[in-house]
Design a protein around this ligand. Structure first.
Ligand code: FAD
Length: 330
């Protein structure tokens, strides 16, 4: 049963941040597309909802010489369709197009997207499942359960849930940062540092503090972002989370790889940057064989179970195919 809560719609960022920091267990609402689901499941039980959609100036998409700046309240569909994003950052655009459904993308914000929580069925399933993320200290039913779609990287004894989002993977590949407004002022956090691995505290998922609000997303301009793709493999071709995915961008130096970016989605407890795969390709001439070797490097040493082992060869192929697509775009 949904619990009572109060609702507040501030018109300035300062008001929003001050209220969120003052009230215990307040939540911002962007599009509400995942928060309301989690409230209906009694997983999120906020005392106050702070609707940030009346705060002006947070929906812009601006291309400067050195960076792309996206307001956190921009809708997924608006960012995906923006001509500069499509042309100069195709991996970013594709990561949004391939996420959720058109109705959700029209409603959901790119800031809220980054903070979506795992789709682990034992987290969302409630009783009788044990879940350290939902109820700290209760245990993890997923570990003895069906872990087909859960984390291959970064899980712990306490939690093997995966990070489900697509957008953060593409942002991670291109060294994006988020601008965060909190009680102490404005700071920047690399997308790479935003999410935390579960360790012994899986309920703490990001480095954000109470009241912190993501105001903008900043993506450096690179040649590798221009020749990029977000390749996503899922159980059905639309409206499904990634079994494996790869954001890849390349800058070719003649026939050889120059700057190369590879990030993996669907498979990590948090978004994963595949630096070993990047290092393997750097300076090498392109071939299908080396693309597959890069995929193998990305998944090297990963621990699997009978249910999820199929995602390793699938992931290797996903990385190799994404490299092929990016090279053709270079
Ligand atoms: C059926 C379904 C399928 C989906 N499939 C996919 C998929 O394939 N790939 C994918 O990536 N996603 C998928 N999603 C997730 C979807 O993309 C997210 O629900 C959406 O992006 C969240 O954005 P929102 O603005 O609605 O967030 P909200 O629900 O409003 O907020 C989410 C969380 O972020 C917090 N928050 C919101 N904005 C800010 C901010 N600016 N600063 C700080 N905190 C903030 C809220 O307090 C809340 O805790 C799916 C969702 C559904 C329901």
């Amino acid at each position: 049963m949904m619990q009572p809560f109060s609702y507040f719609r501030p018109t300035s960022l300062a008001e929003a941040v001050n209220s969120a920091a003052r009230v215990q267990n307040a939540r911002f609402i962007g599009g509400g597309t995942t928060l309301f689901d989690l409230m209906k499941l009694d997983i999120e039980v906020p005392t106050t909802l702070i609707d940030v959609t009346a705060i002006p100036g947070l929906t812009g998409i601006e291309a400067e010489t050195h960076q792309l700046i996206i307001g956190a309240l921009a809708r997924m569909s608006d960012v995906a369709a923006h001509p500069i994003v499509r042309d100069q950052y195709p991996a970013l655009s594709e990561s949004l197009w391939k996420a959720a459904s058109q109705q959700l993308r029209n409603m959901a914000t790119v800031g809220g997207n980054l903070l979506q929580r795992t789709r682990c069925p034992y987290f969302r399933g409630g009783e009788p499942y044990r879940c350290n993320k939902r109820a700290p200290g209760s245990g993890c039913s997923a570990k003895d359960g069906i872990d087909r779609g859960l984390a291959l990287f970064g899980g712990s004894d306490a939690c093997i849930a995966n990070y489900p989002g697509d957008w953060a993977i593409a942002l991670l590949a291109f060294d994006a940062e988020v601008e965060v407004v909190g009680l102490g002022g404005v700071r920047r956090i690399r997308v790479e540092d935003l999410h935390r691995e579960p360790g012994t505290t899986p309920h703490i998922e990001t480095v954000l503090r109470p009241g912190d609000f993501i105001s903008r997303i900043l993506v450096p301009t690179t040649k590798s972002a221009r020749a990029s793709t977000y390749h996503k493999i899922r159980d059905r071709e639309s409206y499904a989370f990634a079994l494996t995915s790869a954001a890849v961008g390349v800058e070719m130096d003649g026939k050889r790889f120059g700057d190369i970016r590879i990030a993996l989605g669907g498979v990590g407890a948090k978004p994963i940057r595949a630096r070993a795969a990047e290092a393997l390709l750097k300076g090498q001439p392109y071939s299908r064989e080396i693309a597959l070797q890069a995929g193998e490097a990305a998944f090297s040493g990963v621990r699997t179970s009978p249910h999820n082992a199929f995602r390793v060869p699938l992931g290797i192929q996903t990385v190799a195919d994404a490299i092929d697509i990016a090279v053709k775009r270079a």
